[in-house]
Ligand binder design. Structure first.
Ligand code: CUA
Length: 354
């Protein structure tokens, strides 16, 4: 009876686990390290499969010997007392040496791969500086005209080319990770790390922060956009253009007036509009409309989401530097919510910055 109750309990647990896995797998497809799209991720996945294969082989052999012994030498009613033995030097040496050799092979392959991946084997490198903020990623490129191109939430990279990323943080420790392209590298204040990535095929690969860095650590995503080198160059060249000052009285000029009066310009730069050579705490918005993601990778960039983000940033991402402009904070926009017209004007203008 008690056995049955136990079985029922275990069946319940198993059913719950099954349900949970079904529910969780219904979530958005997560990027997987076992679905590699670049040489680093491929090498790392190969090590994983090698170790898994080796461990499985050892498991099967040991279990087979164990089961054989259990059945072959089990006690029978008329069995005599087993022969008493003590120690066997040869066997003891064998089962000490064999696992050591196996572990050294695994160690050798792992260290060999680490060295092989430490330096990119490519002279044609694109250099990017990644700055980790709480909680969003900033990527800086040097444009053909020598200017710095400053992007948020999107790491553009040409396919088949090594992208060397200098990692910088002036706040806490973060870790950059694009599972399909390569392993994690910590972003440490005062210690500038480097990593490199290479994508073998075009695509959008999700990247994330892999080191707990505060309440919105889980919402510190970005997307690595791997595109053919022509598209990448066109993108980079396009990003270096500054925004033209709009003529007085136009809708764009009105939007910029809101941008100033509401306080957006206290945190965000628009090249060509903002004073030259300043850096502020929010993302550079010069080509805002060309980005796929906003709010540190949390929302797709579209007018409805941007409206929601400006109005209720603290509901979307509690604790971020971006305040809500819904009148909830006395120091933001004089404690007044942005009017619907002001919002429309801002959203239209920002989305037009391609
Ligand atoms: Cu940045 Cu976690």
């Amino acid at each position: 009876m008690r056995f049955r109750a136990k079985m029922r309990r275990w069946a319940g647990v198993a059913l719950l686990a099954l349900l949970a896995s079904v529910v969780l797998s219904a979530c958005e497809k997560s990027p997987s390290v076992l679905d590699p799209a670049g040489p680093i991720a491929t090498s790392e996945a190969n090590i994983f499969w090698f170790i898994l294969g080796l461990s499985t082989l050892i498991f099967v052999v040991v279990t087979a010997v164990l089961l054989y012994s259990v059945f072959r030498f089990r006690a029978r009613p008329d069995s005599p007392a087993p022969r008493q033995i003590h120690g066997n030097t040869k066997i003891e040496i064998a089962w000490t040496v064999a696992p050591s050799v196996i572990l050294f092979i695994v160690l050798g392959i792992t260290i060999g791969t680490m060295f092989a991946l430490a330096q990119p084997a490519d002279a044609n490198t694109v250099r990017v500086r990644a700055v980790a903020h709480q909680w969003w990623w900033e990527f800086q490129y040097t444009a053909p005209n020598g200017q710095t191109v400053d992007v948020a939430d999107e790491l553009h990279m040409p396919v088949g080319t090594v992208v060397e990323i200098s990692l910088f943080s002036d706040n806490v420790i973060h870790s950059m990770w694009v599972p399909e392209l390569g392993g994690k590298t910590d972003v440490i204040p005062g210690h500038d790390n480097k990593m490199w990535l290479k994508a073998d095929k075009a695509g959008r690969y999700r990247g994330e922060c892999a080191e707990y860095c505060g309440t919105q650590h889980a919402h510190m995503d970005f997307v690595a956009v791997a595109e053919d080198s022509g598209t990448f160059q066109t993108w980079l060249t396009g990003q270096q253009a500054a925004v033209q000052k709009p003529a007085n009285g136009t809708p764009d000029a009105n939007a910029l007036a809101v941008f100033q009066s509401a306080g957006c310009s206290g945190c965000h730069v628009i090249n060509g509009i903002s004073p030259a050579n300043i850096r502020l705490i929010g993302p550079n918005l010069t080509h805002f409309g060309s980005r796929g993601l906003i709010a540190g990778g949390v929302l797709d960039n579209n007018p409805a989401n941007l409206r929601q983000w400006i109005l209720h940033a603290q509901q979307v991402k509690d604790g971020s530097d971006m305040p809500s402009f819904d009148g909830s904070v006395p120091t933001v926009n004089g404690g007044k919510a942005l009017t619907s017209d002001q919002l429309d004007s801002l959203v239209n203008y920002l989305e037009s910055l391609q």
